[in-house]
Design a protein around this ligand. Sequence first.
Ligand code: ACO
Length: 431
Amino acid sequence: MSSQNNNAELKLDGKSYSLPVIEGTEGERAFDISALRAQTGHITMDDGYGNTGSCLSKITFIDGETGILRYRGIPIEELAEKSTFVEVAHLLIMGRLPIRAELRRFSVVLTRYEMLHEDMKFHFEGFPATAHPMAMLSSMINAASCFYPELLEPESDDFEIEAARLLSQVRTIAAFSYRKSRGLPIIYPKPSYKYTANFLHMMFSEPYQDYELNPEVVRALDLIFLLHADHEQNCSTATVRMVASSKANLFASSAAGVCALWGPLHGGANQAVLEMLNEIHKAGDDGSRFVAAAKDKKSGKRLMGFGHRIYRNYDPRAKIIKKACDDLLAKLKRSDPLLDIAKHLEQVALSDPYFVERKLYPNVDFYSGIIMRAIGIPLEMFTVIFAIGRMPGWIANYREVNEDPNSRIYRPRQIYMGATQNPYVPIDERS
Ligand code: ACO
């Protein structure tokens, strides 16, 4: 996947070292520093890893300067228009779009494993009613591995089955978490329903009445899952790879991904965006106070749903979601004042020199919450929806780590800045 076509020269303390340059298939270039410490005694320092390539990967390509996102080479815009979440999950995990027979097999396995082990229900009982569904999701994904001991083997015989089991069960766990957090009876999955419809059924049906599935709503949620399915080495995916590198099982590695995703600077941003829009709506102003606070470093505030470590252009997913948001509200014949506020805020920010100079554009989280709100998904479930969507990416990355014969445990170094050697002072002599 890469060619080493030239070397870079490093001059240090009067000596010269040759660093191989690795080039990816899309022309990205990196200095290979794997022998740097052994040769020079130095390490590199890259706070926040903004310049560090942590792996070679064949899954997802992003060009943040021009706003390109491709899964296994296929542009996100085409997948959004023509594909489904399950098909995209197959693409990411198995490496190619499925032929009909493969898609059928994958769907059959998803259905076969949609039920949780019945004893897992008792674990849900242990959470207080106020528990955040993300806490339940990560705990229960981890707990699931206890019920399927074969998963404790880092490499099972049939990865497709293992992957489909997790993909299927995460949706059941997510819906159960929501029902539990609302004190509602659990709704079991229906084998006749497809992936996303089944999730909506488990979320919103009642024991005495099935939720009425609206194809527009099912498609909109499926699109949200699909758009979140992978995004190369973001915080949660890098976490999954980190845990996987220790040879922890797929469920444990993915549970760690859920925890990393929860933070408001990552997946938690979709909840934070809605909270921000609600606040602006309640205050009845035009959002300029929020924009002013976001520009003032001392305020500690940021314009949520804006900015991205990689994109210095419009996030291609945000473009698709913005349009899907308009389409869904039109089809449901609804309007949402929060959508108007979001659009206004975007306009204000994109014409403000602070955001223009820093190339801060709306990211995937800016409009996704308005779609979820229109569907009736409660605020505390927004990041859970992101986690369900991201699962194929985590699984694909887990697989890549596990199938790489050269993979070593991830172990960054540090530059120690603490006290130099100190004697131990007995407790009676301490001041
Ligand atoms: N509001 C105000 N200022 C911002 C914002 C924002 N949303 N984002 C970045 N900036 C500022 C930074 O303070 C920095 O200013 P400076 O140069 O004067 O110090 C400058 O823009 C550049 O910041 P970056 O280095 O690009 O930011 P970083 O890569 O560290 O962080 C992040 C990226 C976390 C996404 C950031 O943009 C942010 O906090 N956004 C809001 C939260 C959010 O929407 N997160 C979701 C990200 S997408 C995802 O995870 C799915």
